[in-house]
Ligand binder design. Structure first.
Ligand code: XIL
Length: 377
């Protein structure tokens, strides 16, 4: 009921703005994308229940410290099937010095997941970011032998530590370049070990936990584009070489556009055709400048389209939001002028974007509709 009243206000403004042409950069929206047509879940029904009914898992990137100190945060995080450490399982946290290992924050997360019947995504083993200084700025340049030994120890130790507890690892993160002629990003790993570092890391991870699903993860590959083509070529090559790759993570940090649902579906399908499981791993839809009513609607429609696209492709099993609430999002810290990209506001209230996701979930997969009992008129 409350949602209807709120939406009626939004839609009124929406139509008005449409009429005066202020909304011209919003691609045509369908009648079902009108928030006034969205139905509110019954009291007590959250995204986890809606996801269960429709066969799509919802997840959150989590900060262990916040889990400890904020009950409202804990409660929102529990309303999901999957959690991932926003930073706690990155190299700079886990091995701040060559002889210092720090597993406690990651352990906290794993314990929370076990207590709440959730799966854990591991993020991330090899990346150019999140590295400790000793690795990034060594006193002497790394030789391939020395760096390979460091990589082997790290992957074996970390994956081994949580063996059996991590459902899926982002084994290699952001290795592909989108803008340059060279398809792979130049990083410490590539420069020192050669292009083969990618396959090597997957093999090491597989040996350390043969039961974990191993993912390649990257950003701005949600829509068909040159970078997505390059990722496809990389994955095809790895699979042809028998490298243990089981999934693709599409980060889905959206900062610029209202995604085109058909393009999302077509792109997810071409990756699914490789036989991979697909996760949307780091979803956020940032708002530029002023947070206006039309921006909130646009954001909610974007979230709804992402959810629908995932639902339409059976290989797309999991959607992870990169944080719970706007107050703790990385976006304003990293992108000046961009903000409020998540499903809860900084007072931990559900936003229209939450209802956009919920509405897509309640529509279900094309072949699987939700029982009326979880809905409220
Ligand atoms: C970000 C975190 O959200 C920040 O808190 C941290 O300071 C930097 O990293 N792609 C990724 C994530 O794969 O690990 C990044 O997370 C966001 C971009």
């Amino acid at each position: 009921m409350w949602l209807k009243m709120l939406a009626a206000r939004f839609v009124g403004t929406f139509l008005l703005l449409g009429a005066v042409g202020d909304f011209r950069d919003v691609e045509p929206v369908t009648p079902r994308e009108d928030p006034g047509a969205w139905r509110e879940p019954a009291p007590g029904v959250g995204l986890r229940e809606l996801g269960d009914a429709t066969g799509l898992r919802i997840g959150w990137a989590v900060v262990p410290r916040e889990l400890r100190r904020d009950a409202a945060y804990r409660q929102r995080v529990a309303d999901g099937h999957v959690i991932v450490a926003e930073n706690a399982m990155k190299w700079q946290v886990i091995q701040p010095a060559p002889d210092r290992w720090r597993f406690e924050p990651g352990d906290d997360l794993v314990r929370f997941a076990i207590a709440h019947g959730q799966a854990v995504r591991g993020h991330t083993l090899v990346w150019h970011g999140g590295l400790p200084t000793w690795l990034r700025e060594p006193e002497e340049e790394w030789t391939p032998e020395a760096l390979r030994a460091v990589l082997e120890t790290y992957v074996t130790t970390v994956v081994g530590r949580w063996r059996g507890h991590i459902e899926a690892w982002d084994v290699v993160n952001e290795a592909v370049a989108g803008l340059f002629r060279d398809p792979l990003r130049t990083t410490l790993w590539r420069e020192t070990l050669g292009d083969g570092y990618i396959a090597e890391t997957f093999r090491l991870a597989h040996a350390a936990d043969p039961g974990a699903k191993l993912f390649y993860n990257d950003f701005r590959i949600e829509a068909p584009n040159r970078k997505a083509d390059r990722v496809e070529a990389l994955l095809r090559g790895l699979l042809a070489d028998g490298v243990p790759v089981h999934g693709l993570g599409l980060q889905a940090h959206m900062h610029f556009e209202l995604p085109d649902e058909e393009a999302l579906v077509a792109n997810l399908e071409r990756f699914a055709a490789l036989g991979l499981e697909l996760h949307l791993t780091e979803i956020d839809v940032a708002i530029p400048g002023e947070i206006t009513v039309e921006q909130r609607i646009r954001q909610a429609i974007a979230m709804r389209r992402l959810t629908r696209a995932c639902l339409r492709v059976p290989a797309c099993t999991t959607m992870v939001f990169w944080g719970v609430d706007d107050g703790r999002s990385w976006v304003p810290r990293f992108f000046t002028g961009w903000k409020a990209p998540l499903l809860y506001d900084s007072r931990m209230e559900r936003k229209l974007s939450w209802y956009g996701v919920a509405d897509a979930l309640r529509e279900g997969r094309p072949d699987r509709r939700l029982p009326e009992s979880v809905l409220l008129d």
